[in-house]
Write a protein that binds this ligand. Structure first.
Ligand code: ADP
Length: 925
């Protein structure tokens, strides 16, 4: 930061005071390069927010009064000029930012201040705590106390303290552009009716993030929980394409975006993450490690085959060890398209699927199969830094487990996915966040406590889970690292939260089933809300969203674009006497032990290495509930063999070692460097990081504590007025009778809402004949949405049961989700001639019940003879419209005949054959 931005420094004690008081910024003073935002779950609670705000206002008043008293006292005691608020604002109190309930009514100088509302200082920061101790360190080489300055950004009323930044000094940057004028984009959350927009304003606008104009951007995802967390912390939604501080995407990122990231920007994926998150890629990567490093080290996934390419290998394996096999589409999630077969000849040959050995002896809780969802945060691949969240989720199947082959069709017995089991009428949700071992969703810590009571070795179980995670990441890392080197311009731009699905067998061996790219943050119970809120708040704090002011950002943007114009955006490792140094340190180690080696290495760290070390330590101090599982004190001993000896890169292909990573630049070994510095005997003033085995295990077994309740509010049902619905229905029917038509978008909207009502009915009160109709319709039309919704195991659907109802509901739910997504492509807000005006129609949709929707769809289809909710108007293969019987459920009964048996159905008929031949004998698994 340029010196011209800096004003005379304050005293060191004032700075220390400042660091302690600021609850929402950590790792450095606000305005320094190291400062990052703090996220906490307690302000999700409207009551806490209110108290916080009131306390802050009271404290603001008190401090103002104190200042006045002090000023008059000073005036009386000395004949010095009166000490005005302005004059005092250069001192330590000025550095607080208060939360003020009505910012408009407050004195400007007060608005800037933010006091420490929570004073419960703990050793370790956690989102669930009500306070944070600022454990972040100052740059070792710099004395912040002596060099900090005060920047007055009067336009947006923020006073920001800046640590002197040598680099910026050189740039000569000194302009303070006017702060952006901003409108409050915080919106009232649908999830939390208590949280009025006033709540958001009250909280968000007084947060440092708001004042600093820190923005987020969602791309192809919408996580209400995350949006709410951002809003209450004062982040606002980015307006432009690339001017975000944090990009949160639900899909892999475009390389163009990655390439142009500025140093302060963060994105939630690494390039080539699909190496971990595509089922087939993950298996291939691990299989390669099995060949390269030995099966005994990488026996972490059930034996699998990618079909159709490996059909023959599958048959050979089947002949050796008989099935059953579980068949999964290569790129799908949430249990979609999964089925279990006894023999390979029951698997269609013309689709790319992953076929895995079915684990027939899973760990069961009270007779129910269960699996684990654990959350793994990778903040860097080189050096490798992996955290495991202390709490995870255990998902139980609704139907008791039975190995009998007759039951293989039953997904509510064999699959633990919530998205399947939630439709089963016996599914139990816990209704209290403290109920961690109730119903069909438990917490990981509750499972560990339950197993411990049964004398199971939970310590070894958790160590094996850590080992599995590290090995899975090691197996895929090489490719991600080379992509990062090619495309990611700054070391801290990317981070990623992976959802690991792990099945534990009854010998307590964990098996990796898959790694999810964007683990669901949807919340359906207070327990879910607690775990996921804490997880997200801890994640954001740990990753660290730089608390840069708009001025600092534009400074970086200018520098960054200059840099990009003048050089390639590839991140070049700083020249480093890596190999030589590593060898030297090895020699020293022999001579003088690890401490001497570490001291030697530390003394010779390059600028980049110092940065990595500093960031790693700071990040660790912000880890909250995350447990760092790599590096640990013994990680080099355990995994050093899988890393390249000179670069430290995990090597999974024998040839690449000498190709990909041999650059003209001197090599570095960040993994070794970190390990030596974090775990050497003499870690200096920092001490050794305390993620010892004992501490880690203790943390997993401990229940997640939250000081203030995190509200779980079900999505508020839109209050529909039956009478108004009926009135508007008459209006619409009249319009249609008079020749008006629905646009394609309106027709699809109506159909979505109609199917939603049917789905609700099916789950609340299943009706055999309605299920059959829906199945018939989906069988014919499920392939028309993207991705197609297909259900192969037709045989299982013949017998009515609770499980069948759940399966039909799940299929319809999947179809609806895809259908709605496809509908977005038809959005059309213009009123066209001859069509029903959109505002009137939206009114109707707001109040329409199932019967109203059905009446409109029926009349429209009968009058116009077209079905715009299923087919494009100009489509070639549109079947003739069947006459739709009037009366209750007439539209539903006609639904299957609205779709042809050709086209999409052809897609499905290929599966029917083999199910007809399906082995009817009773086979035991
Ligand atoms: P998805 O991504 O669609 O959820 P998963 O691989 O996680 O697919 O599998 C879904 C469910 O199927 C899991 O919850 C698990 O219970 C079960 N499952 C998956 N693979 C196996 C296996 N090899 N053996 C036993 N059960 C399995």
């Amino acid at each position: 930061m340029p010196s011209s931005l800096c004003e005379p420094h304050t005293s060191s004690s004032a700075n220390l005071e400042y660091l302690k008081q600021d609850d929402w910024i950590t790792s450095g003073k606000l305005g320094s390069r190291e400062a990052v935002l703090v996220f906490r779950t307690n302000i999700l609670n409207p009551k806490t927010r209110k108290t916080l705000s009131e306390r802050s206002s009271a404290q603001a008043l008190l401090e103002t009064k104190n200042r006045e008293d002090y000023a008059s006292c000073q005036k009386a005691e000395t004949s010095a000029p009166a000490c005005s608020n302005d004059a005092l604002s250069g001192g330590s109190t000025q550095k607080n930012i208060y939360l003020i309930k009505n910012p408009q009514n407050c004195d400007k100088s007060d608005k800037l201040k933010f006091c420490s509302p929570f004073k419960k200082m703990l050793n370790r920061y956690s989102s669930s705590d009500t306070s944070i101790s600022s454990e972040g360190e100052a740059e070792p080489s710099r004395s912040i106390e002596n060099k900090s300055r005060v920047l007055k950004a009067s336009q947006n009323s923020i006073n920001i303290k800046l640590a002197e930044d040598e680099m910026s000094k050189e740039s000569g940057y000194d302009s303070l552009g006017p702060a952006q004028s901003r409108t409050n984009t915080a919106e009232a959350s649908e999830e939390d009716p208590e949280a009025t927009s006033e709540d958001e304003v009250e909280c968000g606008v007084n947060m440092p993030a708001y004042k600093l104009n820190i923005t987020y951007k969602f791309q192809q995802t919408e996580t209400k929980l995350l949006r709410k967390l951002f809003n209450v912390h004062g982040l606002t939604e980015a307006q432009g394409e690339n001017n975000f501080n944090l990009l949160w995407t639900g899909v892999h990122m475009k390389l163009d975006i990655v390439r142009n990231l500025a140093p302060y920007q963060r994105v939630n994926h690494f390039p080539r993450s699909y190496e971990l998150t595509r089922k087939d890629r993950l298996y291939k990567n691990i299989e390669r490690m099995q060949h390269l490093r030995g099966m005994k080290h990488f026996d972490i996934v059930p034996q699998s085959f990618v079909l159709p390419i490996e059909s023959r290998d599958l048959c050979v394996a089947h002949n050796k060890h008989r099935g059953p096999w579980i068949v999964k589409p290569a790129a799908s999630s949430r249990g979609r398209g999964i089925f279990i077969v006894n023999s390979p000849d029951q698997i269609p040959q013309d689709e790319q699927v992953l076929v895995s050995k079915y684990i027939v002896d899973p760990l069961c809780i009270d007779g129910h199969k269960c699996d684990l969802r654990v959350y793994v945060l990778v903040t860097s691949f080189d050096p490798l830094i992996i955290y495991l969240y202390e709490e995870g989720i255990v998902r139980l199947a609704t139907v008791k487990y039975d190995r009998h082959a007759d039951n293989l069709w039953n997904p509510c017995m064999h699959l633990c996915n919530y998205s399947i089991n939630k439709y089963h009428s016996d599914y139990i949700r816990s209704s209290d966040a403290q109920d961690e071992d109730v119903g069909h969703k438990w917490t990981l810590s509750a499972l560990l406590r339950h197993l411990k009571l049964q004398s199971c070795d939970t310590r070894q179980l958790m160590l094996n889970i850590e080992d599995l995670i590290i090995k899975a990441v090691l197996a895929c890392a090489q490719s991600v690292i080379s992509a990062c080197r090619m495309f990611v311009p700054n070391g801290n731009n990317c981070f990623e939260l992976y959802g690991f699905d792990i099945l534990i067998d009854n010998a307590l061996k964990p098996w990796l089933l898959e790694i999810n790219l964007s683990p669901s943050m949807g919340v359906d119970s207070p327990l879910d809300t607690k775990v996921k809120s804490c997880l997200m708040a801890d994640l954001l704090t740990c990753v660290g969203i730089p608390a840069y002011s708009p001025e600092m950002r534009s400074h970086y943007d200018q520098k960054w674009s200059r840099f990009q114009r003048s050089s390639s955006c590839q991140r070049q490792p700083t020249a480093y006497p890596g190999v030589a140094l590593a060898q030297k340190s090895k020699k020293t180690k022999k001579k003088g032990g690890a401490a001497a080696a570490a001291a030697n290495v530390q003394a010779q760290l390059t600028g980049e290495e110092q940065r990595i070390l500093r960031h790693t330590r700071q990040q660790y101090s912000r880890r909250g509930g995350f447990v760092r599982i790599f590096p640990t004190d013994d990680s080099m001993q355990r995994y050093g063999n899988f890393l390249d000896s000179s670069t430290g890169i995990p090597i999974s292909t024998p040839t690449v070692q000498s190709q990909t990573f041999q650059t003209p630049v001197l090599q570095h070994n960040y993994n070794q460097m970190l390990h030596l510095n974090l775990y050497c005997q003499d870690a200096g003033r920092h001490g050794r990081d305390d993620n010892s085995e004992e501490n880690r295990i203790g943390q997993y077994e401990r229940a997640l504590e939250t000081d203030s309740e995190i509200p779980f509010v079900k999505k508020a049902a839109v209050a529909k007025c039956e009478e108004e619905g009926r009135r508007l229905r008459k209006v619409m029917l009249k319009k249609i009778s008079n020749g008006s038509e629905l646009t394609q978008f309106q027709a699809r909207q109506t159909f979505s809402l109609y199917l939603e009502s049917v789905l609700r009915r099916l789950t609340e009160d299943p009706k055999d004949n309605h299920e059959k109709i829906i199945l018939k319709f989906l069988n014919k039309f499920g392939g028309a949405v993207k991705p197609p919704v297909v259900f192969r195991n037709m045989q299982s659907l013949k017998v009515a049961s609770k499980a069948r109802s759940a399966m039909v509901a799940k299929l319809l739910g999947d179809f609806l989700e895809n259908y709605k997504r496809d509908t977005e492509a038809y959005v059309d807000s213009f009123d066209h001639f001859g069509m029903i005006p959109s505002s009137a129609y939206n009114q109707f949709l707001m109040h329409a019940q199932e019967s109203d929707l059905e009446a409109v769809l029926t009349l429209h289809t009968n009058v116009t003879g077209i079905m715009p909710f299923l087919y494009n108007r100009c489509g070639l293969s549109v079947p003739p419209t069947p006459p739709i019987p009037c009366g209750l459920h007439g539209f539903l009964r006609a639904l299957p005949s609205m779709v042809t048996t050709s086209g999409t159905a052809r897609e499905l008929s290929k599966y029917d054959g083999y199910f007809k031949n399906c082995d009817k004998e009773k086979i035991f698994l």
